[in-house]
Design a protein around this ligand. Structure first.
Ligand SMILES: Nc1ncnc2c1ncn2[C@@H]1O[C@H](COP(=O)(O)OS(=O)(=O)O)[C@@H](OP(=O)(O)O)[C@H]1O
Length: 541
C-alpha cells in the first residue's frame, strides 16, 4: 500500500508520494494515481497534513537563531498556524461537498430521484468506506422496488377480485332488474298481477323459511334502515377478524332481518350421477342466490376428511371467503342465499352428517336419487372414460354390479343424515321425476319452495349437463347383461328402493308409491329391451 502525504504547495487535491532515499528513487516518477484515488484523497484530507510552506521555513530559521528570534518566530509561528488552520477549515468545508457525481450526498439524491447508484468501478476505488453504503442503498432501492412491485401486484390481484365481484354484483343487479321488470312490464294486467302474486308468494315463503330455523331468529322490532342487522354485523366481524366455521356458527346466534338468509344456506349433497350438475346450474341462475364459484368444492371431504372439526384453520378462511364468497354475500345484505354442491357428501353421511350439523345447524340439504342400477352404471361409465380405477379391472360387469350395488345403497346414508338433521331441513328429489319433461317444472318448484326461494325463478328449464353422450361424442352403446342377470340385480336393489320410497312418504318429500313406481318403470323398460328368455341379451343404458 502506498504511503502518501499532501504537499503544502500542491493544493488540497493533488497528492505526492513520499520519495524513497537515493537519487534514483528521487528521480523515479511518481506512480500515476487513479482518478478514484485522487478524488478519494481529496475527501480524506485532514488537518495534520495542512500548513503554508513559507511558515515552515520561517520556523526552521527561527529555530537556528534561537533565542533572539524565538519570540518573533513564536509569534510568526502562531500567526501562520492560525492561517493554516483557517485554510484547513476552508478545505474541510469544501470536502463537505461531494467530490464526484456519485458521492455520498449525491448517492442519497440519486436515490431520492430514483436514479441509478454510482458506477461500481468508482465506488471500489474510494478510500472512504462508500461502497458498502452504496451497496446497502442499492439493496434498499431493490427492496423498495420489490416492495413497490409487490404492492402493485397485490393491488392488481385485489382489483381483479373486486372486478370479478363487481361483475357478479352486476349480474345480480341485472337479475334484480329482470325480476322487477317482470313484475312491472307485463303486457297485460293479468300477467302483471300474476308476477306480483308470485313475488309476494316468494317473499312470504322466504320469510317463513327464515323463521323456521332455530338459530338467532328473525326480529322485526330491530329493523333500522341502512343499519346492518346484528347477524350481518357479526358475519362482517368474522370476515374481517376470524373467518372460521366456528365464527359463522357463533354469528348465527344473532338476530337478523326478515328475508336475510343464514350463511351458507344449503348444500346439494348428492348423489353422483343424479343430474346434480344440471340442478346446480338451474339454481345458480336464481336471482335469490349469489352465484357460487364452483360445483364440487368437496371441502369437507377433501380438506377435512369428512370431519368438520378437523378442517385446517387456513383452509377454513379460504373456503369461507373464496368458495362460499362471504364478502359477496355480505355485499348483497344476506338477501341472497349461498350454497355449494359436493356430491361425495351424501354417500358419506355416516362420517359427515353429525359433524356438519354441529357446524351449520341451520343448513338445508338437497339430494337427488336415481334408480340405483342406472346410477351405478353411469358412474362406472364415468370411471371407465376417465381411466379411473373401477371394478371392471377385477370382475366382469355382472359380478362387479352384484358386489358393488349393496355397498352403494341409499338407505343407510340417508338414515344417518336424518339422524343428524331434522327432516324439514332435508329434501330428497327423484332423478327420474326431476328430469321427466312432464314433472320437471313441478320438481324444480318444490325444491325452490323448500329453500325459501321464489319458485317461479329462474325461468330457464333444467339443462342437460354432464351427460355421458356429450363426453363420448355419441350415444353410449349400453351395458351388456343377460335378462336373468338384470332381474337378479333388480332383486338386489329393490329392498333399498322400497325403503327409500317409504322414507319419502314418511317425511313428506313426495309420493312414496309413485317414487317406487318410477324406478320399477325403469327396470321394466330395460327388461323390455332384452332378448327373449333368461339368456336374452339386454343393453342397459
Ligand atoms: N336434464 C337431464 N335429463 C336427463 N338426464 C340428465 C339431465 N341432466 C343431467 N342428466 C344426467 O345426469 C348424469 C350426470 O349427473 P351429475 O351431474 O350429478 O354427475 S356428477 O356426479 O356430477 O358427475 C348424466 O347421466 P349419464 O349420461 O347417464 O352419465 C346426465 O346425462
Amino acid at each position: 500500500m502506498l504511503a502518501r502525504q499532501l504537499s503544502l504547495t500542491d493544493g488540497l487535491a493533488t497528492p505526492r508520494y513520499r520519495r524513497p532515499a537515493g537519487a534514483a528513487a528521487a528521480q523515479a516518477p511518481a506512480p500515476p494515481l487513479s482518478r478514484a484515488a485522487s478524488l478519494a484523497a481529496a475527501v480524506t484530507i485532514t488537518a495534520t497534513a495542512v500548513g503554508p510552506k513559507d511558515a515552515r521555513r520561517a520556523a526552521q530559521r527561527a529555530s537556528r537563531k534561537l533565542p533572539l528570534i524565538a519570540f518573533v518566530a513564536g509569534a510568526l509561528l502562531l500567526l501562520l498556524v492560525l492561517l493554516g488552520s483557517s485554510r484547513w477549515r476552508l478545505g474541510a468545508a469544501s470536502d463537505q461537498q461531494p467530490a464526484w457525481p456519485g458521492g455520498e450526498g449525491s448517492v442519497r439524491r440519486h436515490r431520492k430521484l430514483d436514479q441509478p447508484p454510482p458506477q461500481p468501478a468508482v465506488v471500489q476505488g474510494m478510500s472512504l468506506d462508500v461502497a458498502p453504503i452504496v451497496q446497502q442503498q442499492a439493496e434498499e432501492q431493490g427492496a423498495q422496488q420489490a416492495e413497490e412491485q409487490g404492492a402493485q401486484q397485490a393491488q392488481q390481484v385485489e382489483e381483479q377480485g373486486v372486478h370479478q365481484a363487481q361483475q357478479a354484483e352486476q349480474q345480480g343487479a341485472q337479475q334484480d332488474e329482470q325480476a322487477a321488470g317482470t313484475a312491472g312490464d307485463g303486457s297485460s294486467a293479468g300477467e302483471g298481477a300474476a308476477a306480483a302474486t308470485a313475488a309476494a308468494t316468494a317473499a312470504a315463503t322466504t320469510a317463513v323459511a327464515a323463521e323456521e330455523w332455530a338459530e338467532g331468529g328473525v326480529d322485526d322490532s330491530i329493523w333500522k334502515e341502512g343499519v346492518p342487522s346484528p347477524y350481518q354485523a357479526a358475519l362482517q366481524r368474522c370476515m374481517e377478524l376470524e373467518p372460521t366455521l366456528a365464527c359463522l356458527k357463533e354469528a348465527a346466534q344473532q338476530k337478523r332481518y326478515r328475508g336475510q338468509f343464514l350463511f351458507p344456506h344449503f348444500f346439494i349433497v348428492g348423489w353422483q350421477k343424479c343430474a346434480t350438475t344440471s340442478l346446480f346450474h338451474n339454481l345458480k341462475d336464481h336471482p335469490g342466490i349469489v352465484i357460487p364459484v364452483e360445483k364440487e368444492p368437496e371441502y369437507f371431504s377433501d380438506d377435512c376428511g369428512y370431519d368438520p372439526a378437523a378442517c385446517p384453520p387456513d383452509s377454513q378462511r379460504e373456503y369461507i371467503q373464496e368458495t362460499l364468497f362471504l364478502p359477496r354475500v355480505l355485499r348483497n345484505g344476506l338477501y341472497r342465499a349461498m350454497f355449494e354442491g359436493s356430491t361425495h357428501y351424501g354417500r358419506e353421511g355416516a362420517k359427515l352428517a353429525h359433524g356438519l350439523r354441529q357446524t351449520f345447524p341451520w343448513l338445508k340439504l338437497v339430494a337427488s336419487l336415481r334408480e340405483p342400477i342406472s346410477r351405478f352404471l353411469s358412474m362406472l361409465g364415468h370411471n371407465v372414460d376417465k381411466d379411473n380405477y373401477n371394478c371392471l379391472v377385477k370382475h366382469d360387469l355382472f359380478d362387479c354390479l352384484l358386489k358393488e350395488l349393496p355397498l352403494n345403497n341409499y338407505t343407510s346414508p340417508v338414515a344417518t343424515w336424518l339422524d343428524a338433521f331434522p327432516p324439514q331441513q332435508l329434501k330428497l328429489v327423484q332423478y327420474e321425476s326431476l328430469t321427466s319433461p312432464e314433472r320437471e317444472a313441478e320438481n324444480l318448484r318444490a325444491v325452490k319452495s323448500f329453500l325459501g326461494l321464489n319458485p317461479d325463478e329462474p325461468r330457464s328449464q333444467l339443462p342437460q349437463s354432464n351427460t355421458r353422450a356429450a363426453r363420448l361424442g355419441q350415444e353410449p352403446e349400453g351395458w351388456k347383461l343377460l335378462r336373468w342377470q338384470y332381474e337378479r340385480l333388480v332383486e338386489v336393489v329393490r329392498p333399498d328402493a322400497a325403503s327409500i320410497a317409504s322414507l319419502v312418504q314418511q317425511h313428506g318429500w313426495g309420493d312414496g308409491a309413485q317414487w317406487l313406481a318410477n324406478w320399477e318403470a325403469v327396470w321394466q323398460a330395460n327388461l323390455d329391451g332384452c332378448g327373449p328368455g333368461p339368456e336374452g341379451e339386454c343393453l342397459i343404458s
